[in-house]
Design a protein around this ligand. Structure first.
Ligand code: TRP
Length: 467
């Protein structure tokens, strides 16, 4: 069972990712696609991509097509700030997003859903706001480019076009639909029921006029996220054409396996299931030795004879994510599965790999000042062109040219859609009562009917999957 708030495998079994992909209706990422990413970016694929951590997508091919044609896109990801200290699993999407940002040289927006966590957890709104800023430090420590990155907390950033988009999205989605998509019940609070548009809206670039200008189609959007967030964006993609926007594309990851074994995602509230980014070398050593689920055999004799089980061994799985060196990794796999390497030895390899990662994160976080956070969260207009490609230096022109631009709007961003395009959007949404021609009306009706049928089908599927 997978929703954005709960992930559970069948007792003792792992998550059936093939089933998830089937039920959700996304696609898997194959070798060819990875090669294509390497070709268009000229950068070797990140281990998370090469080794199947990010394994599913929606319309990533369309983003790549557009990118090759020279069209621009931006990245959108986020975090629900529900705890003070992050575990290693939390860093995965951010490290990967940082890689995407560098490889494609594109801007990024990061949503901190302090409102979501307030609605779902036993926390005050003020505490969620504080956690958002604390978590921003960890996110910044992953090394994002401040010129191309905007971090925002929902509660802080709400009185902007973000809210307009939320309203437009909300009007397109019924209570029955969110029940189908998210499993809301009569017991859900109405804040929860109304929350999905908040996470949907940043998929449209006009939520961020200071970055992307006021056009809804100035950019396409690519969202790196864990696959449990898919329901939000299934809903978003469904609504997108109706409010005149592009459907966001997705690149989706598996869950990071818990230290004690792969039956759910690593929980921040179970200290023995996670390595925190704040853990000391001593804590890392003791946790891995004590709790990391071993695929090794019970006795040394058996182990030498039968070898370790790479399918269940957590040290092996984690090494796959954190050990960069392909050759060394292959060697460890060979040694361990043949029984030449013992469980204690593969654990030692993991410990050796994790310590510098946590240490590096702690050092980087140390350096993040209040001013740095403010800079990332600033809504000062940016120079649109400087957000892409090798144009980083143009950002220096910001101060001089800012007076020439509309207040609050990015400098040199594409204008909102011209009259032709506007007509189309109106026709699709029927917004502001614009007159539609008969054929437009017919077309719209047909589209809506098809969309409705598709939606009903997907919902039935998702509901079946949830049960
Ligand atoms: N709901 C996500 C969480 O609880 C946070 C989030 C907001 C997010 N927007 C996102 C995650 C976009 C991925 C992509 O962590």
């Amino acid at each position: 069972m997978v929703t954005p708030w709960d992930v559970e495998g069948k007792d003792g079994e792992g998550i059936d990712y093939d089933k998830l992909v089937r039920d959700f209706g996304c696609s898997t990422i194959d070798e060819k696609m990875i090669e294509r990413i390497e070709r268009v970016t000229g950068v070797r694929a990140h281990p998370f991509l090469r080794r199947g951590m990010f394994f599913a997508h929606r319309e990533l091919d369309i983003i790549l097509d557009a990118y090759e044609r020279g069209e621009k896109f931006y990245l959108y990801t986020g975090r629900g700030p529900s705890s003070e200290s992050l575990h290693l699993g939390h860093l995965i999407p951010f490290h990967f997003t940082k890689w995407l940002q560098d490889a494609f040289k594109v801007p990024l927006v990061i949503q901190l859903t302090d409102d979501e966590k307030f609605l779902w957890k036993d926390l005050t709104l003020e505490e969620c706001g504080r956690l958002a800023r604390e978590n921003a430090k960890d996110i910044i420590a992953c090394g994002f480019d401040p010129k191309r990155t905007f971090i925002f907390s929902d509660v802080q950033y709400m009185s902007t076009p973000l809210y307009q988009n939320m309203m437009k999205i909300a009007k397109c989605v019924t209570l029955n639909q969110v029940r189908g998509i998210f499993g809301f019940t009569g017991e859900s609070n109405i804040g929860q029921v109304g929350f999905p548009p908040t996470q949907a809206a940043p998929s449209f670039p006009d939520c961020f006029p200071h970055m992307f200008g006021e056009s809804k189609t100035s950019l396409r959007c690519l969202i790196p996220c864990a696959i449990d967030q898919d329901p939000y964006f299934r809903m978003t993609r469904d609504v997108a054409p109706r409010i005149g926007g592009y459907k966001p594309a997705l690149i989706e990851s598996r869950f990071f396996p818990a230290l004690k074994g792969e039956s759910g995602k690593m929980s921040a509230s179970d200290a023995t299931s996670a390595i925190y980014v704040t853990d000391t070398p001593k804590e890392i050593k003791s946790k891995v030795n004590k709790y990391a689920f071993s695929g090794g055999q019970l006795t040394v004799e058996d182990h030498r004879r039968l070898g370790g089980d790479l399918n269940t061994d957590i040290s092996w799985k984690w090494l796959n994510f954190f050990l960069d060196d392909d050759e060394e990794l292959a060697k460890i796999g060979e040694e361990y599965s043949s029984g030449r390497m013992l469980s204690g030895e593969i654990k030692a390899k993991l410990i050796e790999t994790l310590i510098p990662i946590c240490q590096g994160h702690q050092d980087a976080r140390e350096k993040v000042t209040e001013e740095t956070i403010d800079a990332f969260m600033s809504t000062q207009p940016r120079v649109f062109a400087s957000l892409f490609g090798d144009m980083g230096d143009v950002a220096g022109a910001l101060d001089e040219s800012v007076s020439n631009s509309k207040p609050g709007v990015a400098i040199g961003a594409p204008e909102p859609e011209g009259p032709m395009k506007k007509q189309q959007d109106k026709a699709q949404t029927g917004e502001d009562g614009g007159q539609m021609s008969k054929s437009q009306m017919k077309k719209l009706l047909k589209e809506q009917q098809i969309a409705e049928k598709k939606r009903a089908k997907a919902e039935a599927k998702a509901a079946a999957a949830a049960n």
